[in-house]
Write a protein that binds this ligand. Structure first.
Ligand code: ADP
Ligand code: MG
Length: 284
């Protein structure tokens, strides 16, 4: 990198974010910054506030206080017109797909185009087919209904829909959860391709250590209402912090560390509680 390289552009900036449900404090003056074209992950124990943070970043929920700026726009007090415009600049893949069961996959993928553009049906179908291909699905999957899809196909269909409007920014909630190792490995590759081919910025929530080691640029560890540490996995692994250390200890965490894929994937929150859960989730 030359001495004149510009500082990376910040595309999400969160300052002093607090979220409370009654007297339950979920976020306590949390700060976070995501840069353009990075693959950024948020990790943390169950109940640490990851999904809530994601919902706040995509205008589905309001924080109690603090500021969130996404793609240069302040989310607090945003007008309806500005919110509509902003929503078209990001795509979201929800954990359980979020597809409409009464629509075919192709109709689901084309839906954002029907809602937000004046394009005709034939062109919308053509574009939806292209997004399906991009997400690694065969054209015939377009005619199927969500209930007919495997878990991996469902995630890909949901991703295809998230890509419908050519977003700059993609939010992924647990993109590999519940997938078999091969499907999950396919998602790793897809995420990298989307960033490398289209310059997308990607923010994900995940517990999947393989995904974290293999695709992320930076990872934020959420615990006790704040970001306890942020950095590459290698940097985090070196940090001596009580909320971060357990994440890198224990047999599963250790076996996921090499950058080569393992035959079976490692997850922090598989059927037995992983180190991260033990470290940072507390009985409420
Ligand atoms: P995570 O995704 O990290 O597992 P969540 O963001 O889903 O955690 O939830 C964080 C905490 O906030 C949990 O204790 C959860 O019960 C609580 N919470 C989330 N949403 C609500 C809500 N709408 N009303 C009350 N409590 C909520
Ligand atoms: Mg969650």
């Amino acid at each position: 990198m030359s001495a004149t390289a510009p500082a990376p552009e910040t595309i999400i900036e969160i300052n002093k974010l607090s979220t409370r449900f009654g007297d339950h404090v979920v976020h306590a003056e949390l700060d976070l910054e995501v840069r353009r074209k990075e693959i950024f992950a948020v990790v943390g124990g169950s109940g640490s506030g990851k999904s809530t943070l994601l919902r706040e970043m995509i205008l589905l929920q309001l924080p109690s206080s603090g500021t969130i700026r996404v793609l240069g726009v302040d989310l607090q007090d945003i007008s309806d017109a500005d919110a509509l415009a902003l929503r078209q600049r990001w795509g979201v893949m929800f954990q359980h797909g979020g597809l409409f069961g009464s629509l075919t996959v192709l109709e689901n993928v084309g839906l954002p185009l029907r809602e937000h553009t004046e394009l005709g049906d034939a062109l919308i179908d053509e574009m939806a087919h292209w997004k399906l291909a991009l997400a690694g699905l065969k054209p015939e999957v377009g005619a199927q209904y969500p209930a007919e899809l495997s878990g991996g196909m469902m995630k890909r269909a949901s991703l295809a829909r998230a890509l419908a409007l050519d977003p700059e920014l993609l939010f992924l909630d647990e993109p590999t959860a519940g997938l078999d190792p091969d499907s999950a490995a396919g998602v790793d590759e897809l995420v990298l391709q989307l960033r490398d081919l289209f310059g997308l910025s990607i923010v994900m929530i995940t517990h999947d250590l393989d995904l974290l080691w293999q695709v992320t640029d930076r990872v934020a560890v959420l615990a006790e209402g704040r970001v306890q540490g942020v950095g590459s996995m290698t940097e985090l692994a070196r940090m001596d912090h009580p909320a971060i250390r357990p994440f890198f200890e224990g047999p599963r965490a250790r076996s996921a560390q090499p950058h080569k894929r393992k035959p079976t994937r490692q997850a922090v929150n598989a059927s037995t509680p992983g180190p991260l859960e033990e470290a940072s989730s507390k009985p409420k």
